[in-house]
Write a protein that binds this ligand. Sequence first.
Ligand code: FES
Ligand SMILES: [Fe+2]
Length: 386
Amino acid sequence: MTTTPTEPRQGAAPPPAAGLIATLAGRYYTDPEIFRQEQDLIFERLWCCAVRSSDLERPGAFRTVRIGRESVLITRNRAGELRAFLNVCRHRGARLCTEESGQVRRNLQCPYHAWTYDLDGRLVAAPNLQKMPDIDRTERGLATLPLREWLGYAWVCLADEPPSFEDTVIGAAVERLGDTAAIDRYRTEDLTLGRRITYDVRANWKLIVENFMECYHCATIHPELTDVLPEFADGLAAQYYVGHGAEFAPEAQGFTVDGSAGFGRLPGIADSQDRRYYAVTVRPQVFINLVPDHVILHRMFPVAPDRTSVVCDWLYLPEVIDSGADIAKSVELFHRVNAQDFDACERTQPAMDSRAYRDGGVLVPSEHHIGTFHRWLTDRLADGRA
Ligand code: FES
Ligand SMILES: [Fe+2]
């Protein structure tokens, strides 16, 4: 939903070329085989944002989350650090934790034959373990996954050789905002979760990414958003302009559903970031929205070719939440935007199967940058097949 300014500015790429370019064909949004390849070559190879670190408050807290086709188990160990594992017992493969979240005292015990693992994944107990001298407790421990914390979230990667986190995750923010300081200033890791809404969207994950990348639709479906960000109404949408944030309307006091005042500005942000909205897409499954008084972060979890779970967090200064301030109007703006966007995606999904869309559709000039997402996707799928 990031728009371009009408005037070219420093760091700007050339204005979009005139004319139309092709989208992906309809089958990319419906074909189970393409979905399987995406899980294998994208979601199970790249860094994915799994959980908010503060959701695992104390040692022994755990969460399970689906990344690609795997269930991933994240725990907080006794030292207070996060760990990620495949949620599979190394004895005979039972799912170790079946709940989405929970709290254990010390260890995780498999509900099948009671193999027991500590919070670092080591096998620490099993019935008759002493009588099995050839068991290596580390080797038989849970399969550990690389985990990085950034913006107050735990990011995990299922690949044997993860790509550079700096290049692929932080790099996405740099590409969009110009430098890491621009996002670091929001101190997202220190913010408190004010609200979380999970949306069950009956649409392919790529429709959601494409929708987020363009603002050609903003004037049609986002009346509240375009009231606050009038430049979104001109449809000239692109993420071409490095560092550009959409400016608030002069009459908007804050990023709220009715333009009323929000909360105090986040202390670290620059004057140039005040009264502006920035959006970052971190492929494949994260959208970051930065406004002066809060941060909104979306995580997407594809469930099926035509279904995606989207978890959206609204993050505020701790003192805002601790004071019991009413965040309803603040949350409502982007909740409406989400509902409007996901409704549009759901209206598009059934048509992906139509013979009218066999060869796909077109991207108008203000959507041309979506073509880079399509090329990124098809390149990854082609590399995987090579
Ligand atoms: S499968 Fe887990 S203890 Fe047997
Ligand atoms: Fe939108």
